[in-house]
Design a protein around this ligand. Structure first.
Ligand SMILES: C[S@@+](CC[C@H](N)C(=O)[O-])C[C@H]1O[C@@H](n2cnc3c(N)ncnc32)[C@H](O)[C@@H]1O
Length: 347
């Protein structure tokens, strides 16, 4: 079994850079560069015109380098983006969830990707929902440095709240907050988040930068404010990928067990390398051996995971009603046959 990383608790981005050599805020630009390249290679797969804008401003040489990469080298971010796009698309379009929270949002532009998310087609809130303050809203949380940069790049591109409204994009709050040290839940609630309604939380490219205690704390906070019917998505690595000397500090060999600790169910865990989620991308570069047996704990894996917060069990009278309906469903054909034989209902 691999040795877990010695681990350094979060003490801010500057200290993180000193301790680990990783500039955590710079990762936002690099990921944007990859999304820009994916959009360039296959716009019908991911249409993120903002990614290039963010990357050009924050890491121009990385962007230049990334757009020249062969498609297999882009597969990780292509597959990951699509996997979590689907989570959010389903949450909003199929389950009617109106609250989406992106933790460590970086330069995520889902709120602006109108073509991919068909934001304009989301049915408007009902009068009842509006009365309850429920309208489709996305909260993007990241360190102030990133949020300030993101806002200024978008402003320069003419994408302000008026433009967003005229393009029928969701209401979006970009909030600069250090979620590891600040009371981000209170901030979120001040910006209109309502914990009594279902929500969809996404931690994409985020958790593995933190030590176990920090990961546990943020998961507890999220799990405490997510109503039944909520969804969660996260990316993670295996414990072997977060050993000493790695840039990752936290990993898990069982995302399902990890999420079930906080009452999440129906965990769908996919390993990068599984052709089921490849969506046509060649994974031979990012996952040369495909997937390995689950009990091989020395394998460095990447997980993409989703889960649900279960609805409370039906109340007693609802259970009884369902039983009667179920019984009637089964008995109906026989009852109709008997009625026909007896001539009941014949005129
Ligand atoms: C690898 S990037 C992922 C960005 C985005 N989720 C994506 O997939 O494009 C990690 C992000 O986490 C943010 N982050 C790191 N520590 C944070 C903290 N303590 N509070 C809020 N955001 C943080 C970084 O600034 C960075 O934008």
């Amino acid at each position: 079994m691999a040795e877990p990383s010695a681990g350094r608790a979060w003490k801010g981005a500057d200290r993180y850079l000193e301790d680990t050599g990783l500039n955590i805020t710079a990762t936002a630009g690099s990921i944007a560069a990859y999304r820009a390249a994916v959009s360039l290679v296959n716009q019908s797969f991911i249409d993120d015109p903002y990614a290039a804008l963010f990357a050009r401003d924050t890491c121009p040489s990385k962007l230049e380098e990334t757009v020249k990469l062969e498609p297999p080298k882009l597969a990780r971010i292509a597959v990951r983006t699509k996997f979590f796009d689907k989570l959010i698309f389903e949450a909003v379009h199929e389950l009617g969830i109106k609250q989406v929270v992106l933790i460590g949002a970086g330069f995520d532009a889902r709120a602006l990707r109108g073509r991919d998310f068909r934001w304009a087609e989301v049915p408007p809130s009902t009068p009842r929902e509006l009365m309850d303050g429920q309208r489709l809203t996305i909260w993007e949380l990241d360190l102030p440095e990133i949020i300030n940069k993101k806002n200024s790049i978008l402003r320069r591109a003419g994408m302000d709240s008026h433009m967003a409204r005229s393009m029928k994009l969701p209401l979006t709050f970009r909030i600069g907050v250090d979620v590891m040290v600040e009371d981000w839940m209170s901030v979120l609630k001040r910006y209109g988040f309502q914990s009594q309604y279902p929500s969809c939380f996404l931690l994409e490219g985020f958790l593995y930068y933190f030590v176990e205690d920090d990961v546990q704390r943020i998961m507890t906070q999220i799990s405490n404010v997510t109503a039944p019917g909520s969804r969660i998505g996260l990316s993670a690595v295996s414990a072997a990928a977060a050993t000493n000397g790695s840039r990752w500090q936290w990993g898990t060999d069982s995302p399902a067990r990890f999420l079930e600790t906080w009452g999440w169910t129906d965990v769908a865990e996919q390993e990068l390398g599984n052709p089921e989620i490849a969506e046509g991308w060649d994974l031979s570069y990012v996952s040369p051996n495909g997937t390995s047996p689950r009990d091989d704990f020395n394998v460095k894996r990447t997980w993409y995971v989703t889960a649900k917060k279960p609805l409370p069990p039906a109340k007693a009278h609802e259970k009884m009603k369902n039983k009667i309906l179920e019984f009637w469903e089964k008995a109906r054909p026989w009852a109709l046959k008997v009625a026909a034989i007896l001539g009941v209902g014949r005129t």
